[in-house]
Design a protein around this ligand. Structure first.
Ligand code: WTA
Length: 647
């Protein structure tokens, strides 16, 4: 009982203290107190937060702790080793794709690896402000490289190692990276992903100056048993580069608002946006959200199953946990390899206390229920992120995995928000399955109607934020105009998330999903425009329109309508070619589930595709409502008659 009530009282009192503080505009004092946990080479001269959220009043900006100088890497490593005596504490239990491969890395070892890597990067000519692209699987070197960049003031741009060479190339070009750090390959389950080959292809197309750190180019292509060797080769090679590299590397003291990293996220125009996060604000925000939302204790073993290639991994595998001096599991594998109990096995093996995963993984594992046959009694808190969680999956997570003991924190946030913005506090917030509940400290959400008016009480509409918090993005890399247009133009004075939300009578927020042309497949956000652009690259395609369709495990999946050029035939071969094209252009995560022939698309008289109708056709919903704006209503009948049910 005490374990529930003590944090409850603590959090409630914090919440009320904060509400009062907000009213008195003491928010600055709140963040100042958080900042006091960290090392500042120079203190801030400006306020904790300065901002303009109103495009009609000038450029949009957010600044946190202007004038301060610090270093992220120093704060998440040196500070613990030197000041906190945590040199021997485990930072990561690394668990490979195969259960036989695992290692333990302490904070002291991390610091040494990171400094060596930082010196290697410096030797390669990387300087403060330069961009470094990282295309690595979930191996410790990924974290070392990120922190090495942070140490020398280079800006990392991690590209998820499941992206295609085209996607990698586009991201290297946009960031104008001077270095790419990659590995030769990785096994994901039984499947080998030849990262080096993909990188080589990407580099062929880029004009940037690139040094590829590769692992024995002449090595014969991987045999299945070569997994360990493949990794060892990476380490051999890594060791070679690191062997004569010093363990001493003075951190570069950066301005609070210097960029820390770029991370690309899908944009509704199709071209990915380079979301930029900066040093001080991101440090404060990931630190505090991790600490509160997972109720961090020093003896926790925390595991977030996301990939560091996404924001969840950046904030809640790398920076948030390390800023707290936490011990985490770093997992290279997938939930169902070599068997469907792998997640539970890992929880038992490392005695995981806090577990953070995505609804898509929960739904997948539910299918193999009813109960994991492993000891899950160490679990204290369960988290979910990435997409709305359906009540059935929530219940299973709560009852079967958490054995009704563990609060489920449904955390709503985005690449852009840097950290959790709507989330329960465990054991403090009464939960409602499927609701991300309330805002985190200092966050002020509201709901707007179509006219941009705030709607009070029970309401549904656009989810927006009135004010920034330290961890919000600062710009789109080299394109501030796109940043303002995407997030601030529609409703001046507010940050527009692109999600819809409902507020119930108790004030709880319920995310209703994207309200732009984005969709969420297995927790990965992608734009319909991006997939449409890939489909129309096929010489036979004259037009394509992509919509989402509900999917039992993935949440949503891609349903594509393609109009072929005259004389081209729509057959199985064509479908296979189109699927392959999307995989090649974007990556396997974007593979369409359905492709249907569309002799014509439903359009308005002004030529705009009516996606609402396409969505209904994809879902086989016959009641289409008002079709009066359609230029040619007959198109709809034809499309219904040619629906694709073959996945
Ligand atoms: C969706 C992932 C409902 C939402 C951290 C958002 C969610 C997009 C939740 C951001 C949640 C994320 N409930 N929907 N708990 N968490 N989303 O940038 O549509 O990859 O806008 O960041 O995921 O995806 P992103």
């Amino acid at each position: 009982c005490a374990t529930v009530w003590t944090p409850l009282i603590h959090h409630i009192s914090m919440h009320f203290t904060l509400k009062r503080a907000l009213k008195c505009e003491f928010i600055s004092a709140f963040w100042k107190q958080v900042a006091d946990e960290f090392f500042w080479k120079k203190p801030a001269t400006g306020p904790m937060l300065q901002y303009n959220f109103d495009v009609t009043k000038g450029n949009i900006f957010v600044k946190c702790m202007e004038g301060a100088k610090t270093n992220m890497c120093y704060n998440v490593l040196d500070r613990h080793v030197r000041e906190g005596n945590l040199g021997e504490k485990v930072a990561y239990y690394w668990e490979g794709n195969s259960p036989e491969h695992h290692t333990t890395i302490t904070y002291g070892q991390m610091l040494s690896h990171v400094c060596r890597c930082a010196n290697v990067l410096k030797r390669m000519g990387v300087r403060k402000g330069d961009r470094v692209s990282i295309y690595l699987p979930m191996i410790p070197e990924l974290v070392y490289t990120m922190l090495a960049c942070a140490r020398i003031g280079a800006v990392h741009s991690v590209v998820f190692a499941g992206f295609s060479s085209d996607s990698l190339c586009e991201r290297i070009m946009d960031a104008q990276s001077s270095v790419l750090v990659t590995a030769d390959g990785v096994y994901r389950g039984d499947k080998l992903i030849n990262l080096k080959q993909i990188s080589d292809e990407a580099l062929e197309k880029t004009t940037s100056r690139i040094y590829i750190k590769r692992i024995k180019a002449s090595e014969p292509v991987y045999r299945p048993c070569l997994f360990t060797q493949t990794r060892n080769l990476a380490l051999d090679w890594w060791d070679e580069a690191m062997s004569d590299s010093s363990e001493d590397c003075e951190p570069e003291w950066l301005d609070a608002e210097d960029p820390l990293f770029i991370l690309y996220t899908s944009g509704s125009t199709g071209k990915p946006k380079g979301v930029v996060h900066t040093v001080a604000g991101y440090l404060l925000y990931t630190f505090l959200t991790f600490k509160c939302v997972f109720d961090y204790h020093h003896d926790d073993v925390y595991w977030c199953t996301a990939d560091i290639g996404w924001i969840t991994g950046h904030s809640y595998i790398t920076y948030g946990p390390l800023a707290n001096g936490a011990t985490s599991v770093l997992f290279e594998g997938i939930p169902v390899h070599p068997h469907v109990g792998r997640f539970w096995e890992v929880i038992e093996k490392y005695k995981v206390t806090k577990f953070y995963t995505a609804p898509t993984a929960i739904r997948l594992l539910m299918k193999y229920g009813p109960e994991p046959l492993y000891d899950l009694s160490t679990l204290r808190i369960l988290g979910t992120v990435g997409e709305p969680i359906n009540p059935e999956a929530w219940q299973w997570y709560y009852e079967t995995v958490g054995q009704r003991r563990c609060p489920v924190v449904d955390t709503f946030w985005q690449t852009e928000t840097g950290g959790h913005v709507l989330t329960p506090l465990p054991a403090a917030t009464p939960l409602k399955p499927g609701s991300a509940t309330f805002p985190f400290f200092g966050v002020e959400p509201t709901i707007l109607n179509e006219h941009g008016e705030e709607v009070e009480g029970e309401a549904e509409g656009y989810l927006v934020f009135r004010k920034p918090w330290p961890g919000i993005m600062r710009t789109v890399y080299e394109n501030h105009e796109r940043f303002e247009n995407t997030y601030f133009k529609k409703f001046p004075g507010f940050y527009v998330t692109g999600d819809g939300a409902r507020r119930d009578k108790d004030g709880y927020f319920w995310i209703t999903g994207r309200i732009d042309d984005m969709l969420n497949v297995s927790g990965h956000l992608m734009s319909t425009a991006e997939v449409e652009a890939a489909l129309t690259l096929h010489s036979a395609v004259s037009e394509a329109a992509v919509v989402s369709r509900p999917h039992q495990v993935k949440g949503e999946c891609l349903y594509c309508f393609v109009t072929l050029k005259d004389s081209r035939e729509f057959d199985k071969k064509m479908v296979a070619e189109l699927k392959m094209l999307v995989r090649e252009k974007i990556g396997p995560i974007a593979t369409p589930d359905f492709i249907q022939n569309a002799p014509a698309l439903p359009k308005t008289r002004s030529g705009k595709i009516m996606r609402r109708i396409l969505r209904q056709i994809a879902r086989n919903e016959k009641d289409l409502g008002d079709l009066s704006t359609l230029a040619d209503p007959k198109v709809v009948e034809v499309l219904f008659s040619q629906r694709s049910e073959a996945a």
